[in-house]
Ligand binder design. Structure first.
Ligand code: GDP
Ligand code: MG
Length: 456
């Protein structure tokens, strides 16, 4: 399947523009690969839509073939969907592992303990599975292989008591990994048990362990565990087999979390921190996606550099785009808040100036907001930056996902842009000389501008 995707992409290598049919063909191949890798149908459809939209809307940067451009869009959209790896701070913490029987919890507990010990922390495994015969021996043996602290009690029947005693007995350790029992299917008693353990242990994060072969079953499992204890991250095991682990995307989507670790074998060392590019390349059956995307990004940056010689006056001539706003914000970083700058200009600030007539927050872009606005703009397409008015609800959703910011924040940015652009329209009617001087100031930044400011 990777091959047919390669074939349809291959056709594009010489072209610099894609047609609708080209995009349809590529998207069909991608759909096939993803469904084959157990990615849920609705996710595949969502992804297809955004890929189609962007591939047709965005121009490929100079020197980049249509093939590379489409592929980098595919990659970016998938990264937005799967997200970065779950943050695992290297500090004292308690982690609870949840998942069905056989998903790989006990093995993963030992692997993670080994991983933490390599990072210089002292981990301990607390084994609470009283359901499966032999669970204690297996966990103890694996902890021995990982050379980490271990607590379990084969004679105790209450998993909650084992959990409590275990945390106490291993109080010298920095990181506590609490392994739990599973069942063959989700049953009420399993959910009750893990809820009781979670209450007793009060973990810093609950991680869901999923077999890479889980497929469409991922949805129910993920949502049930999430409802009962809350899931902060997913671990995909058995990726050394043939399964590609597309179910993890469902789980991540369902729990609004991300992937933390990948299990790639039966040994304690067979653990990797999740990293989107390898996982995505594997899902698509392609090997070189990240590199390619970086190449396209570089080409984009070069294109942008060419545009750099920007004249602030342009802002007054045409539409005030988000790109203008971004430059504006960058300029402001050197100057201070825009309303203070305005205050320095005769007729604008001070008592009775135009500034008094503006809504208070029209120019209020604090540093924090600016920073998050910049991150949001990085997740926008060229077309969106040029024409923010055309950004609808579905784009807002995509941009929010891509930037890791709330949709609310994205809308706030659009609102801010609207206000600034209205404000500028008001200024356009004012003396052109004043306006030019102000813009030059802002553009010039702190250095030379500083001395002259008092004289304005
Ligand atoms: P638990 O019931 O969730 O605790 O699952 P276990 O940790 O006992 O694992 C079930 C089986 O899967 C065992 O035979 C493990 O050796 C195997 N296993 C777990 N993780 C991996 C993995 O990443 N790769 C492979 N090949 N086998 C694994
Ligand atoms: Mg187990």
């Amino acid at each position: 399947l990777g091959n047919s995707l390669r074939d349809s992409l291959g056709k594009l290598s010489g072209q610099s523009r894609v047609t609708e049919e080209d995009v349809e063909e590529i998207v069909k191949e991608i759909q096939r690969s993803l469904l084959q890798a157990d990615v849920e149908v609705s996710l595949v459809m969502e992804l297809s839509d955004s890929i189609k939209e962007r591939a047709l809307e965005e121009e490929s940067p100079a020197g980049t073939s249509a093939r590379d451009h489409v592929l980098s869009i595919v990659y970016e959209e998938m990264v937005a969907l799967v997200g970065d790896s779950t943050e695992i701070p290297l500090e004292e913490q308690t982690i609870l592992l949840a998942g069905l029987q056989g998903s790989g919890k006990t093995t993963t507990a030992a692997k993670m303990a080994w991983w933490f010990s390599k990072k210089g922390l002292r981990p301990a495994i607390v084994q609470t599975d009283t359901f499966r015969p032999g669970a204690y021996d297996q966990a103890k043996e694996m902890a021995g292989r990982a050379e980490v602290d271990f607590y379990g009690d084969p004679d105790e029947e209450d998993p909650v008591k084992i959990a409590r005693d275990g945390l106490e007995a291993t109080s010298d350790a920095d990181v506590h990994i609490v392994d739990t029992a599973g069942r063959h299917a989700l049953e009420d008693d399993l959910i009750d048990e893990i809820e009781d353990i979670e209450r007793a242990v009060d973990p810093d994060r609950n991680l869901l362990v999923l077999d890479a072969a889980i497929g469409q079953g991922a949805k129910d499992q993920a949502s049930q565990f999430d409802d009962s204890i809350g899931i902060e991250g997913v671990i995909v095991t058995k990726l050394d087999g043939t399964a590609k682990g597309g179910g993890a995307l469902t789980a991540v989507n369902e729990t609004d979390s991300s992937i933390a670790f990948l299990g790639t074998g039966e040994e304690v060392k067979n653990i990797e921190r999740f990293e989107p590019s390898g996982f995505i390349s594997r899902l698509l059956g392609m090997g070189d996606l990240k590199q390619l995307t970086e190449r396209v990004e570089r080409a984009m940056e070069e294109t942008q550099e060419e545009e750099e010689d920007w004249d602030p006056e342009d802002m007054l001539k045409g539409e005030f785009t988000l790109k203008d706003m971004r430059r504006q914000m960058q300029a402001m970083n050197n100057m201070g808040p825009l309303d203070q700058v305005m205050d320095m200009i005769p007729g604008m600030g001070g008592g009775g100036g135009l500034m008094d007539e503006l809504p208070d927050d029209a120019m209020d872009v604090t540093q924090d907001r600016m920073r998050s606005f910049e991150v949001i703009m990085d997740s926008m397409t060229e077309a969106e930056l040029e024409n923010p008015r055309a950004i609808g609800a579905s784009q807002v959703e995509r941009i929010a996902k891509g930037s890791g910011k709330d949709e609310e924040r994205v809308r706030e940015l659009l609102e801010q842009h609207k206000m600034m652009s209205q404000t500028l329209k008001q200024f356009q009617g004012m003396g052109q000389g004043n306006m030019e001087r102000m813009m030059k100031k802002m553009q010039g930044g702190g250095g030379g501008g500083g001395g002259g400011m008092g004289g304005m």
